[in-house]
Design a protein around this ligand. Structure first.
Ligand code: PMV
Length: 358
């Protein structure tokens, strides 16, 4: 299965160059929570790929006798990110030996505010991985299909959910016995969306912009020896299969049921692990209550999902955008820090913006 990922040089290695890639964040509908070394998920997941929340990453590289790298955010050094990138580069070394002939400058920027509670690891690692594999394509001539597959594979080694950001409108990561081509090593694109889900909206209420109380690494860890993990992993397999039917047949009621239950289960897992955590804030719960009454009163198929934090993602069809924005403005905005929310929607995945070689 991993044969396509091997490095097989056929062309010469460029002396220097610069590659810029762009990759969006994604929001899981069926959540990945729990992993085995190295970044192998304990259950499969599916996400919508986003559009407006993205990372743009440039790598400038110059041939050198010894490898080194530099990391900046919009040109400013960020030493706190270095250990994560170092461990990522170490993990991908075997798969991308060509990278280590260079001195590399990595510069990155996010469209969404830093520390907004929106994880930048998914968009960040997928943008960086795609830029790296673009260079590999120059050296080896791998096909575009294998380029994305390998970029997803490398992204996974940085952050599991990043593997899903490469493709739109949705992506599945993790083996499911009834869904062909699914595997634990890289994500696959999922295209078969009913009309109801085309341009589906995700408006993110920034309830708490503080840094996460529990890192996802620690959170995944807590699923080992968790009293409910076996049932949870089984449930995720069932939910994924049902979610795929829903995405195909456009059943919005069932979509709401599965995605909200997944969000609450993710948080329930955290509340029942040892040690236990509550990552929702009062604003999260108030927003959920209001979403439920709004849906009941208006019959608008507005639902929510959550990541491992307090922010609330509002999911709904494009046709209801104005009504939902009015509802946010009148009832939900009071729960958003600095009245901030982000309007996003389902998108098409990562791409290369620029590549030049010397
Ligand atoms: O990719 P990680 O290790 O940051 O984990 C992400 C986990 C969730 O965002 C909570 C769920 C998911 O599937 O994206």
């Amino acid at each position: 299965m991993l044969d396509q990922l091997k490095y097989q040089p056929i062309h010469s290695i460029p002396e220097s160059g610069e590659i810029t890639a762009k990759s969006p964040s994604n929001i899981a509908l069926v959540k990945y929570w729990g992993k085995k070394p190295i970044q192998i998920p304990t259950n499969p997941s599916i996400s919508f790929t986003l559009t407006n929340c993205f990372t743009k990453t440039s790598i400038s590289f110059k041939k050198s006798n010894s490898f080194s790298f530099n990391f900046t955010v919009k040109g400013v050094a960020k030493p706190s990110f270095i250990p994560k990138i170092e461990s990522f580069l170490d993990r991908i070394k075997k798969w991308c030996p060509f990278l280590f002939y260079y001195q590399i400058d990595i510069d990155t920027e996010n469209t969404f505010p830093h520390s907004s509670g929106i994880a930048s690891s998914a968009s960040g690692f997928s943008a960086l991985s795609l830029a790296i594999v673009e260079l590999e394509q120059k050296i080896t001539g791998i096909t575009n299909e294998n380029k994305y597959l390998k970029a997803s594979f490398l992204s996974r080694l940085g952050s599991g959910s990043a593997s899903r950001s490469l493709y739109g409108p949705a992506a599945i990561w993790g083996h499911h016995k009834n869904i062909s081509s699914t595997n634990d090593h890289y994500a696959i694109a999922y295209h078969d969306l009913h009309e109801n889900f085309k341009n589906y909206q995700d408006t993110i209420l920034l309830i708490d912009k503080g840094t996460k109380k529990v890192s996802s690494t620690v959170g995944h860890e807590l699923m080992h020896n968790h009293p409910f993990s076996k049932e949870r992993f089984l449930q995720a397999h069932n939910n994924l299969e049902n979610m795929i039917s829903v995405l195909q047949n456009g059943d919005l009621d069932k979509f709401i049921e599965i995605s909200e239950s997944e969000a609450l289960t993710l948080h329930a897992m955290m509340m029942t692990s040892k040690p236990y955590f509550i990552l929702m804030k009062q604003g999260t719960l108030s927003a959920i209550e209001l979403i439920w009454s709004f849906r009941k009163e208006s019959n608008i198929p507005l639902s929510f999902t959550l990541d491992a934090g307090a922010n609330v993602h509002l999911l709904y069809p494009l046709a209801y955008k104005q009504q939902v924005l009015d509802f946010i403005g009148s009832e939900l905005i009071v729960y958003c820090e600095n009245q901030q929310y982000i309007c996003d929607e389902v998108g098409s995945g990562a791409n290369i913006i620029r590549a030049s070689y010397a």
